[in-house]
Design a protein. Structure first.
Length: 348
């Protein structure tokens, strides 16, 4: 534990004092600190389950500290950085905010992981991490955070446009539990122009010590020896911009082959976000003529949609059918479980 570390304004002589204090915060916080200061060299973490069944994996504490230091170096976050933890500490994103604070000597405040975590405080912070929903709900207050990383879901085009004029530096993150949160980030606000044709505004830049390449599926391969013993082969389809930059196109297992045309749902969803305010996703279902046809699933009450307004869509990207469902099925970290939600649509 770095001697500069503070938690909710409190300093600590040793780990035992911190453990006693954490009991007053939450069971999850106490559980994390108990595991962090035990004699094991690893922490057991549960994956989110957004792309498969949630599972428990072991992460080396050494690798978690390395990840924390890489984040500190990349964002220039030194000792006495003021930081806000507003995400659940039972998943990797929340745990890593604690590890960063412990390792780098930050002054960390923990608040309940609700939609607008800044509403009950008037403090300013150097750094925080949020999911897109929290950023959306905090737009009137977010200027009180100097640097913000956003993960756990795609940041919509509409939200990106709303944050262009704010003073906060906002970065989208790319990573997973196996890579101990992010191994790459991209700036998503304060551009001189929001030019969709500019690759520099679309690409992720990897953190120091991370090597990337593509496999035969065009999926990202990650070699990050400071945070993982293994080379990680992902199902994320990417376009490599340079040795250290890539553009994320979507999940390989989500790709729709419609009449020989390969459609990336995530790319199409970004375009649709300019005309849809409610949550939605696109997916492929079997079709006797096309092999697969693309459909749109919308959360909420049925309404009429006019895709003609969206000039960004190509003729192949127009949904063949639209389905409405009252509520999507989510993971514990509020990510949409597409397959289970789709099963619910067709079980009616």
């Amino acid at each position: 534990m770095n001697t500069g570390f503070k938690l909710n304004g409190q300093s600590f002589v040793d780990a035992n004092e911190l453990l006693e204090f954490s009991k007053t915060l939450s069971e999850d916080s106490y559980c994390f600190f108990s595991n962090w200061f035990n004699n094991e060299d690893y922490i057991i973490v549960q994956t989110s389950g957004s792309t498969g069944t949630p599972k428990l994996i072991k992460l080396k504490k050494e690798f978690m500290r390395n990840s924390a230091m890489a984040t500190g170096t990349f964002f220039n976050l030194k000792e006495k950085t003021t930081a806000l933890l507003c995400m659940p500490t039972n998943f990797i994103a929340g745990k890593m905010m604690l590890v960063r604070a412990l390792t780098l000597g930050w002054h960390l405040d923990i608040v309940a992981p609700k939609s607008n975590p800044l509403i009950n405080t008037d403090k300013t912070y150097d750094f925080s991490a949020m999911v897109p929903l929290q950023l959306q709900a905090s737009l009137s207050e977010i200027h009180r955070v100097k640097k913000l990383i956003v993960g756990g879901g795609v940041v919509s085009t509409d939200l990106i446009e709303k944050i262009q004029g704010i003073s906060t530096q906002v970065f989208a993150t790319y990573g997973m539990t196996e890579t101990i949160t992010h191994i790459a980030v991209k700036k998503i606000n304060n551009f001189l122009t929001l030019d969709k044709s500019s690759s520099t505004e679309l690409c992720y830049k990897v953190l120091p010590g991370v090597v990337i390449k593509k496999d035969e599926r065009s999926c990202l391969i990650i070699k990050a020896p400071k945070v993982s013993d293994k080379v990680i082969i992902t199902n994320d389809v990417v376009q490599l911009i340079s040795e250290t930059e890539f553009e994320w196109l979507g999940r390989y297992d989500n790709v729709i082959n419609s009449g020989g045309i390969k459609l990336h749902p995530e790319v199409i969803e970004e375009k649709l976000s300019t005309i849809l305010s409610q949550r939605f996703f696109v997916a492929g279902i079997p079709d006797t003529v096309l092999g697969e046809k693309m459909i749109l699933v919308v959360e909420g009450n049925e309404c009429k949609l006019d895709f003609g307004k969206n000039i960004l869509l190509t003729k192949y990207e127009h949904p063949k059918e639209v389905f409405f469902i009252p509520e999507f099925i989510e993971t514990e970290t509020k990510k949409i479980q597409r397959k289970r939600t789709l099963d619910l649509v067709f079980s009616k």
